[in-house]
Design a protein around this ligand. Structure first.
Ligand SMILES: Nc1ncnc2c1ncn2[C@@H]1O[C@H](COP(=O)(O)OP(=O)(O)OP(=O)(O)O)[C@@H](O)[C@H]1O
Ligand SMILES: Nc1ncnc2c1ncn2[C@@H]1O[C@H](COP(=O)(O)OP(=O)(O)OP(=O)(O)O)[C@@H](O)[C@H]1O
Ligand SMILES: [Mg+2]
Ligand SMILES: [Mg+2]
Lengths: 252, 252
């Protein structure tokens, strides 16, 4: 069971789109995928068609019980989810100062039956107890970014945060950066891509996720890009990302 | 002194770009503008060319002293800033449970000398003590959004949060929605714009901020869009937004 946290303190870079689309691409290859939605906005939860009956993943994390009891199937074949709800906004206050608060998720995941080969964790762009838990529990962190100055500045600082987590909580944490929402013909994209390749030769994925309107439309239909537009560049790029993730299992 | 908080729990919708560009558009009209950067990512701070000597706005909010002492001029003419630093990430823990923690900023702003006609507050996409302070202190909240399903879902929930703040902390809080990063020719844009106009006839700004590469490039030069590309559609659209803000002072 490979655990990948999808994270970046910069907003709107494609964390949720990458979580759901990569999950769908892996499921297309026959993998069993579990999404943990740790974002109180619950974008991944809504996208995968879930109506959450109770408090979702908030309950095993902050109240009682097994992670397993919060898991439900989604409208995406081969993909299950432990859904988010707005209750997650209270996690910070509830877990504050509690013993072992930063490794709660890690312990919950250890008790999961091995039904899934991949666990993908979507996170909010906030340096809080939920993100720390997701980084402490992961085998690797996948960092979507845009080829924009404002995003690159945040990326550099975020990598320092990851280094701290590696030192204090998770020595084996791998990292990988993937360029998303990419407008390849824009000069800023080419310039920043050149700089990213120079600065991060072993952690930048070769796969770029190009800007594709189909990725914007898919959530309205509660379908993954694979279901909604199987031949779109969005679908192709996320299949290529899944392929690269497999080949370079060392990268992440 | 008009206080406008720029906020949305959705990431990457243009909060920072709107804060800095609107500040520049108002300054171009001769207004004196103060930016408060309440986002630990400090994107607005970096964009306006600031090297922060100490802890910035974190100090008057969480340690001691006057808001005034943290204010510095920027590389943008007519625009000053109380800058952010990563220290702001600790605000939640420090202010937790303190008496009057939610209206700290409101009280600090009351003591500011009336040098500035506008105060624009940039925020992170997180429902935390800093955002609550910014909403409690404001005359109006300006909500940038994209014409994307994932963003619209968050917008609807965020408006409920604003309603709560209005009930408990700030009865006079006005609100306005502005569409940003808009690709006008995309079908999802036209469909969602029609729905937004129907659902929010009095709170949606008529001005739309179109997608413009110049807005992505400007931060690399530490220049506002007005300085960097005065005739670009990005500059035109933010001038139009400033004009509409003036004309419809009742809206925000
Ligand atoms: N490759 C792409 N092409 C076009 N649009 C995209 C692409 N990837 C994501 N988007 C759109 O961009 C917006 C931001 O993407 P997304 O919500 O996945 O980012 P995020 O990092 O999860 O945001 P947040 O920080 O708010 O959680 C969404 O509306 C999404 O539909
Ligand atoms: N009108 C526009 N046209 C093109 N690009 C834009 C436009 N507005 C913003 N951008 C770019 O989109 C990205 C997101 O914008 P911005 O950082 O201002 O959003 P934000 O809501 O402040 O994000 P966060 O939630 O991370 O604070 C930035 O890289 C910015 O340069
Ligand atoms: Mg997201
Ligand atoms: Mg911002």
């Amino acid at each position: 069971m490979k655990i990948i946290t999808i994270a970046n303190l910069k907003g709107g870079v494609g964390k949720t789109t990458t979580t759901v689309s990569l999950a769908a691409a892996l499921a297309e290859r026959g993998e069993k995928v579990l999404i943990l939605d740790l974002d109180p906005k619950a974008n991944a939860t809504d996208w995968t068609g879930l109506k959450v009956a109770e408090r979702g993943i908030f309950t095993p994390l902050c109240e009682y019980g097994k992670l397993q009891d919060s898991i439900q199937p989604t409208s995406l074949q081969g993909v299950d989810i432990a859904p988010a709800t707005e209750w997650l906004s209270n996690a910070g206050q509830i877990l504050q100062g509690k013993e072992g608060a930063q490794t709660l998720l890690k312990r919950r995941l250890k008790k999961l039956p091995p039904h899934w080969s991949w666990v993908l964790i979507d996170t909010a762009p906030a340096l809080d107890i939920l993100l720390i838990n997701a980084l402490a529990a992961a085998d690797g962190v996948l960092i979507p970014t845009e080829a924009h100055m404002l995003a690159i500045e945040v990326l550099v600082k975020f990598l320092r945060t990851i280094r701290l987590v590696r030192t204090r909580l998770n020595p084996h944490l791998r990292e990988g950066i993937v360029l998303c929402r990419a407008e390849l013909r824009a000069r800023h994209t080419q310039e920043l891509l050149t700089r990213l390749k120079a600065k991060f030769p072993t952690t930048l994925f070769a796969t770029l996720i190009r800007y594709n309107t189909r990725l914007i439309e898919a959530p309205s239909f509660r379908q993954s890009i694979m279901q909604y537009a199987a031949n779109s560049t969005g679908a192709q790029d996320y299949r290529a990302l899944a392929e690269e993730l497999f080949k370079q299992r060392g990268l992440l």
